[in-house]
Write a protein that binds this ligand. Sequence first.
Ligand code: VGL
Ligand code: ZN
Length: 211
Amino acid sequence: MNALVLVDIQNDFLPGGALAVPEGDRVVPVVNARLRHFDRIVATQDWHPADHGSFAVNHPGRRPFETVELDGLPQTLWPAHCVQYTGGALFAPGLDTRRIHRVFPKGTRREVDSYSGFYDNGRRHATGLAEWLRHEGVEALWVAGLATDYCVKATVLDALREGFRVTVVVEGCRGVNLQPGDSDRALEAMAAAGADIDEGKFLADSGRSTD
Ligand code: VGL
Ligand code: ZN
């Protein structure tokens, strides 16, 4: 069994959103075109309480993109984003959510961030994604979504650690690139850890060829 893992394809990560990823909206037609090829489709959903410790606004005197320590871990501070029950946390308009079998919320505990769809950044709490995939008999994962250099990377690295075969759908990912080249370095790290990097076979019927 194979599964497509859609990482954080949510309004706040699209152009105009609170933590906009350049061209984040471009992943939507890419993944929609591929949904029918998968036995299982899961989505992660960044789902923060308003007082979440990753938000700069919750650290007086701090600005977005500064680094602080949170729960003993280095933490990049972000603009408030994907707050539970707000429009910014909703999946992107146009994403064919009817085909998603299960949604795994993450980042719900204020004291620690969660880039990976499997574990929080301190690896103390699991979301249940690995167990669910194993229960469904899934062995091979294709991963797409936002952002390449944060949640996609962390999800892919954890998936490999959990023993899944992993392919990164590059055309279905976009990165934040706080530093130029962050996304390329993230792809290199994923490849070095054992992921297949799929640059092109998703291009043909992805919708990109027409824009
Ligand atoms: C993400 C930063 C903060 C992501 C989530 O989805 O990559 N990045 N929260
Ligand atoms: Zn977040």
